[in-house]
Design a protein. Structure first.
Length: 182
């Protein structure tokens, strides 16, 4: 059974708006490491669209810093599953997941492999409610954004976690990994 891992960037005041999070080379290297620990990515519609528009191969050069290219190549090559009831089709090495999310994700987890990596906010909220996330990583940035969106807004029950690792980055960001207490 492969684990389902969740990773998200967040400011100290809980903002998960990607435009409020500073990006740097060290953090992108860390993200490549997360991708390397997974066989596939699991996205909701909004996260899929955002990642595709940012990291699908570009025709021209110079559209993003050179240090982003390893991440872009890795995410481009990754198998992607997209949970959506509104998208008609997906490409970019992706497959639509329809129907009952719990059943579909449990089936993906039962497959052999290194793991699944989920990103975004709405889908992880649903997966946390279902108790399907096996590991949470919060990359906390030393910034106060003063606005949302915030993580797990509307979660109906507490999810108690135990710390499994912590990595400090030169920027002052800290990647904190937790596993649910079961």
């Amino acid at each position: 059974m492969r684990p389902l891992r969740y990773s998200i960037n967040v400011t100290l005041d809980g903002c998960c708006d990607h435009r409020a999070i500073p990006a740097d080379e060290e953090l992108h290297r860390h993200a490549v490491g997360n991708l390397d620990q997974s066989d596939a990515l699991l996205f909701g519609r909004m996260t899929y669209n955002m990642m595709e528009s940012a990291f699908r191969p570009l025709v021209g050069t110079g559209a993003r810093p050179d240090w982003m290219e390893p991440f872009a190549r890795t995410i481009d090559a990754a198998k992607k599953y997209v949970v959506s009831s509104t998208l008609e089709r997906v490409d970019w090495n992706a497959e639509l997941v329809r129907g009952d999310v719990a059943t579909a994700v449990q089936q993906l987890k039962r497959e052999s492999g290194k793991g699944l990596l989920v990103g975004g906010m709405k889908l992880p909220l649903a997966l946390a409610e279902l108790g399907l996330i096996d590991e949470y990583e919060f990359v906390v940035h030393p910034r106060l954004a003063g606005h949302g969106p915030t993580l797990f807004a509307g979660l109906s029950k507490h999810v108690d976690l135990r710390l499994v690792s912590r990595i400090e980055f030169g920027s002052g960001a800290v990647a904190i990994r937790y596993k649910p207490r079961r």
